[in-house]
Design a protein around this ligand. Structure first.
Ligand code: SF4
Ligand code: SF4
Length: 75
């Protein structure tokens, strides 16, 4: 099963907890301010994500979700 890591930048308050907890150093805070006036986190190195869900569990604003996505299957 493949997974998709999604950060809702409008929920994110830029606290940086997810950046600190990520064991793979995937996340960083953006240089761009959100509509609510925060610097949201984003996946700077998505190829390193192991979908461990630590960032989802850590986020106090429930801004991060990991979804299962159907893998491409050879016909
Ligand atoms: S799921 Fe794990 S590896 Fe991926 S960004 Fe979150 S904490 Fe880092
Ligand atoms: S823990 Fe949540 S609110 Fe804090 S920076 Fe990460 S996504 Fe944003």
């Amino acid at each position: 099963m493949a997974y998709q890591h999604i950060i809702d930048s409008e929920r994110c308050k830029g606290c940086g907890l997810c950046v600190d907890v990520c064991p793979k150093n995937v996340l960083e805070l953006s240089d761009h301010v959100s509509a609510r006036g925060y610097y949201p986190s984003f996946q700077a190195r998505p190829e390193d994500c192991i979908y461990c869900t630590l960032c989802c569990i850590m986020c106090p604003d429930v801004a991060i979700t990991i979804k299962e996505i159907a893998e491409e299957t050879a016909a």
